[in-house]
Design a protein around this ligand. Structure first.
Ligand code: C2E
Ligand code: CA
Ligand code: CA
Ligand code: CA
Length: 274
């Protein structure tokens, strides 16, 4: 039994080594990804209650020569744990601002900023430079922040958010309701909008609790003077309920999946006919 246990342990350690090596390899490859022009931005429309497009969320993908299209869930956390997130974040911001500067006037671009990017880089300077470089009006850029930015040092986070606010960009609190103290963050900083996490939207229509929660979040947001966006809208039934609740904007596969900019043109035509 003792031997068997040791064997299992050795097997486990070997498996861990393989996994660690895989991570290191991926990290090494990620280091050169920008230089090799392997990162791509996909865009997903965020639509108003009436069906018009309000903005597009930029979602990064890694076009890996061997692995194919790698999802951000597989490499953003890796970049977050190393020093790479600042560079990737800068590339995303720059590319998104360049794209939005070519879009029709009213459309905004929404860009995700992860917690370590928020902490590592001088974000207000990076954002100001990207806006200036492409001549994009600040009000057409939305930064999506998660509650993770407040952990460690909330006072500094609020100072950075205020500096971003003075640039004139819009600020959204992403994945709302999934953290530990969502309400406390709303108290500490006045965002322009909250994005109701998909986990709540997904179960709308399946259970009464989810409806109650989404209704409460929507009312809370509106009473605080914030816009409310629901993400992960997949069915017509969810859309009807969200419209009923007075949700300001909606985003999800029902409207369009994230797609390369050229494909967004097609989505636009499709959306017009919705
Ligand atoms: P997120 O910011 O919450 O983005 C929404 C995610 O939900 C996206 O996944 C999107 O493709 C997906 N989604 C949209 N509509 C639906 C729907 O109707 N049903 C379902 N099941 N999913 C839907 P994606 O693109 O894989 O991104 C995953 C996460 O990776 C993002 O979550 C965000 O946290 C992160 N991420 C993506 N791009 C960037 C980026 O440029 N920078 C940073 N820092 N993080 C990024
Ligand atoms: Ca987001
Ligand atoms: Ca989200
Ligand atoms: Ca998320």
């Amino acid at each position: 039994v003792k031997d068997e246990g040791r064997g299992a342990l050795r097997f486990f350690e070997a498996a861990m080594d393989v996994q660690l090596q895989g991570r290191r390899e991926l990290e090494q490859e990620l280091r050169g990804a920008i230089g090799r022009d392997e990162l791509r931005l996909f865009y997903q429309p965020i639509v108003k209650g009436g069906g018009e497009i309000e903005s597009f969320e930029a979602l990064v993908r890694w076009h890996h020569p061997v692995r194919g299209l790698v999802s951000p869930a597989a490499f953003i956390p890796l970049a977050e744990q190393t020093d790479q997130i600042a560079r990737i974040g800068e590339w995303v911001l720059d590319t998104a601002c360049a794209a939005a500067a070519r879009w029709p006037q009213p459309w905004r671009v929404s860009v995700n900023v992860s917690p370590n990017q928020f902490r590592q880089s001088d974000l207000p300077a990076v954002v100001a430079a990207a806006l200036a470089r492409h001549g994009l009006e600040p009000d057409r850029l939305v930064l999506e922040i998660t509650e993770g930015v407040f952990i460690q040092d909330a006072a500094t986070a609020v100072a950075v958010l205020n500096a971003l606010r003075s640039l004139g960009v819009r600020l959204a609190l992403d994945d709302f309701g999934t953290g530990y103290s969502s309400l406390s963050y709303l108290q500490q900083f006045r965002f322009d909008k909250i994005k109701v996490d998909q986990s709540f939207v997904r179960r709308l229509g399946e259970d009464e609790n989810s409806l109650t929660i989404v209704r409460a979040i929507t009312h809370l947001g509106h009473n605080l003077g914030l816009e409310v966006t629901a993400e992960g809208v997949e069915t017509a039934e969810q859309l009807a309920m969200l419209r009923d609740l007075g949700c300001d904007q909606m985003q999800g596969y029902l409207f369009a999946r994230p797609a390369a900019a050229t494909a967004s043109e097609r989505d636009r035509a499709r959306l017009r006919s919705l």
